[in-house]
Design a protein around this ligand. Sequence first.
Ligand code: GDP
Length: 176
Amino acid sequence: MPEYAFIGRSNVGKSSLINMITGKKGLAMTSSKPGKTQLINHFIINDSWYLVDLPGYGYAQRGKEGRENIRRIIEDYILEREQLTNLFVLLDCRLEAQKIDLEFMEWLGENGIPFSIVFTKIDKLGGGKLREKLNAYTKKLLESWEELPPILLTSSEKKEGKEELLNYIDEITKSL
Ligand code: GDP
């Protein structure tokens, strides 16, 4: 089954988004590799794909060695997992473009990994302000990318963007 992985900096709203998608109920959970149970979690969605929860990156409290270790585990999964179909990079819509996120997306590009951007917490910004932030972000991306990746907008708080995300994944799955 295809795998769709979710990743982002700590506190970006990944757990909330995953809870929104899985609905917490009626899901099966398996770990991909022994010993990595808490680091990479798989959730079966609709019997048709796996949602893969990757660890948050750049988490200061882990210390340098901890961060390097997590980074290696994330990179190994992304580069070696044949089932990985698309990666969703979560970005907090309120924040300016962060170096760590931009570098991570560049690394994905260099390695030919298909990814989409999910802006989280859109309930925190009003319509005009949200558009302004997204415009600034996409402008920044276009400094190093020829074209923009697909962009999705979500609010786990207001349960927004769930159907769009599920439909988006279904479309990719159907095309495989
Ligand atoms: P993670 O560290 O990326 O897993 O982030 P969490 O899902 O734990 O969320 C971090 C914080 O952001 C928590 O306080 C959440 O309640 C809050 N949060 C997450 N998603 C949303 C959202 O869509 N809207 C709002 N307003 N807050 C959110």
